[in-house]
Structure formats: structure tokens, C-alpha cells
Ligand binder design. Structure first.
Ligand code: SF4
Length: 364
């Protein structure tokens, strides 16, 4: 079925593919940026970020010379900020050690920060015509259904089996076209919940359709139940000479939202019955010390779902009559209200700032 498979697939692709801005390019920088953005992001949202990103950093040299703050700002809202960190590290390595040219070979690409099997295969095949199979969630779904493959996809055995099968089906077809076609087929035809089997080019070969077991594929290992985190944020406001200032804290620990800015917080292992009880905790003195303050009504509950984590947060407005003193302000930055927009913040914080008209965030 190999030749037949890729022939049918490529014909389908030529008639159905979406006109996406990274289609047709063989520029490894653009392919890399698009793949990294799309790793955890829907295509429609990804297109906007991709265009803004390339406008700001049109090539690897521009990205290598950018400040972390510029990059985070453009990344804001995409989440998974370690991707942005790795983009910067890799850009510096490619400009510093490879004269600005991407390595062409899959194994060398994989030595670069943030470039794993998937991204290395995408760059090697789409920019350099190397016969590497790119296996993303769409490809797992399509192949597992057509061939009724029961191997769980997030296991090393699963990765190996699906990769070998995709490579075999690719045969001598152009690697870039074949990979993109298979991913696009999963994204448009063989959808997770409603595969369009009636009009499918693989209708007669598909084993999952023949046994009406489309929804059993792909097989996944059971995940651990999502963890939960509870944050209480102090939105510390200080007025001086007619200007309003807020205190922000940079998250530098190896944890969620690393290198983003948030309001100073106390994290609790559970949700308090009354969010105001957080003000009775001695830990708040880390921020306030002996400086007098008054607190306003806490926000309602804000929630954000990360991959393995559900975050709950409450924001408590705090008004200072004098700035924090040296002892407490060390880890915090005092930021003028109209400058807040320039600081990369987690989505949950952006929502609070916007809901309370502290800043106006442009929709991306
Ligand atoms: S027949 Fe249905 S399940 Fe099988 S590949 Fe086509 S769309 Fe997917």
C-alpha cells in the first residue's frame, strides 16, 4: 500500500491544504519558529504569533540579538515559556557556532536546546529534504486508525513503531510534502471526534472504520490526575505625585511561568475558605514587613489550566501609604501603571489586569 498510500495522500493534499504562511518555505529558521509555536498552540492563534514574531525577528541574527524581555513579550499568551528560552539559546548557538546556518542533519539538530525528535525531523525534512518522518498528534491518530495500531502512543515503543511506519509509507515521496500532507490530513479529515469517513480517501483501507472503532484510536496511556496549585496575589498599589505604581515579582525558580512577572504571592497547598485569611499569615511579612497597608475586597476565583496542572488564583488589592522599605522590596520591582503592559505576565494575571482596567491588553 506504500506507493498507493503516499500517492493518494499527496493528491488529496494538493487539493485540500490550507494556505498557511509557513507553507512552501524551505527556510529552516521560519520552519523552526512555526514548529515551536505550533507545539502547544492552535493553528489560527499560531499564525498571528508567527507573523508578529517574524516581523520583530526576521532572521536568526535578529533573534540572537534580542533581549529576553522582547522575546517574552511577543510570546506572552502562548505559555510554556521554556520554549522561548530555548529559542534564544539555540539562536545564539547557531549564530555563534554555525555562522548563522542551521545544521542539516537530524542528529546534529537534536543537540540544540528545545529541538527534540519532532522538531529536528520537521527541519531536516522540510528545509533540507531529508527523509525523516514527522510524527505529531495528527499523524498518530491517522495511522493508528488506518492500521488499527494498539500500541500506546506516548511510550518509547509507540514512538518507534509509528515513526517506522510513517517512514515506510513515505517511501521515495518528497519528505516535506509527505509529512505536511499527513499532518494536514489529520487536522482536516481524520478529526479526533468527528472523522469524515464518508468522503475519506482511505475509506476502504481503514481498519478502524471497518470495525467502527474510530474513537478507540489512538490508544493513550492513562494520565495522572491533574495537580492543583493555589495562589493568593497581593496587588500592591502605591500612589506618588499623581502616578500609580504596582509591585511586581519576577518568577525565577524552575517552575511554571519561569521568568514571567506576577504580583507578589503566597502559594497555599489548598484553597482557603475565605481568601482574606491570607492576610493573617505571617508569610505576608516577607512583602510588607512593618509598612502599614490597607486591603480591598479580593477578586473572585481566577482559573488557568496548564497541561498537567490546574491553577486557582485570587487577587487581593493592597494600598500602601508609603513605599516598601529596603528590607522587603529587594525581590520586587516598582512599576509605573502605564509600564505594566511591557512586562510579560501569565495569562491569568493578564486577565485580572484587563478585567480590572489596570491595563488594556490587545487581543492576539
Ligand atoms: S476512514 Fe475515517 S477514521 Fe479512517 S482515516 Fe479516514 S477519516 Fe480517519
Amino acid at each position: 500500500m506504500n506507493g498507493d498510500f503516499s500517492e493518494k495522500l499527496l493528491l488529496w493534499y494538493s487539493q485540500n491544504k490550507r494556505p498557511l504562511p509557513w507553507r512552501g518555505t524551505q527556510n529552516p529558521y521560519k520552519i523552526w519558529i512555526s514548529e515551536v509555536i505550533l507545539q502547544q498552540t492552535r493553528v489560527r492563534q499560531g499564525v498571528v504569533y508567527y507573523e508578529h514574531f517574524l516581523e520583530a525577528f526576521p532572521d536568526i541574527f535578529a533573534l540572537a540579538g534580542a533581549s529576553a524581555r522582547q522575546v517574552y513579550k511577543l510570546w506572552q499568551g502562548l505559555g510554556y515559556y521554556n520554549r522561548a528560552d530555548n529559542l534564544m539559546k539555540t539562536a545564539k548557538i547557531i549564530t555563534g557556532q554555525y555562522g548563522g546556518r542551521f545544521p542539516e542533519d537530524y542528529e546534529t539538530l537534536k543537540t540544540l536546546p528545545g529541538i527534540g525528535d519532532y522538531t529536528a525531523a520537521a527541519i531536516a525534512s522540510m528545509a533540507f529534504d531529508k527523509p525523516c518522518a514527522v510524527v505529531d498528534g495528527n499523524v498518530y491518530r491517522v495511522l493508528s486508525r488506518i492500521f488499527a495500531l494498539e500500541t500506546p502512543i506516548h511510550t518509547s515503543r509507540g514512538k518507534k513503531e509509528f515513526n517506522l511506519l510513517a517512514r515506510k509509507l513515505m517511501g521515495d515521496s518528497p519528505p516535506a510534502g509527505f509529512n505536511q500532507a499527513l499532518m494536514e490530513f489529520g487536522a482536516l479529515q481524520c478529526l479526533p471526534d468527528h472523522p469524515d469517513c464518508q468522503t475519506c480517501i482511505f475509506h476502504d483501507q481503514c481498519l478502524a472504520r471497518a470495525s467502527e472503532r474510530q474513537s478507540d484510536f489512538p490508544v493513550k496511556k492513562k494520565k495522572n490526575p491533574a495537580g492543583r496549585r493555589f495562589y493568593y496575589y497581593f496587588v500592591i498599589r502605591f500612589e506618588s505625585r499623581g502616578e500609580t505604581f504596582f509591585y511586581l515579582k519576577k518568577r525565577s525558580r524552575r517552575d511554571i511561568w519561569r521568568n514571567l512577572y506576577t504580583f507578589p504571592d503566597i502559594e497555599m497547598p489548598f484553597a482557603l475558605e475565605n481568601p482574606m485569611d491570607i492576610l493573617t499569615m505571617a508569610e505576608k511579612n516577607r512583602f510588607f514587613g512593618t509598612v502599614p497597608f490597607s486591603a480591598g475586597k479580593p477578586s473572585s476565583l481566577y482559573k488557568q489550566q496548564l497541561t498537567h496542572l490546574s491553577v486557582s488564583a485570587w487577587f487581593i488589592p493592597v494600598f500602601l501609604h508609603e513605599p516598601l522599605n529596603n528590607e522587603t522590596k529587594n525581590s520586587l520591582s516598582l512599576v509605573q501603571q502605564n509600564q505594566l503592559i511591557n512586562f510579560p505576565v501569565p495569562r491569568i494575571t493578564a486577565r485580572y489586569l484587563q478585567d480590572n482596567k489596570i491595563i488594556h491588553v490587545k487581543e492576539k
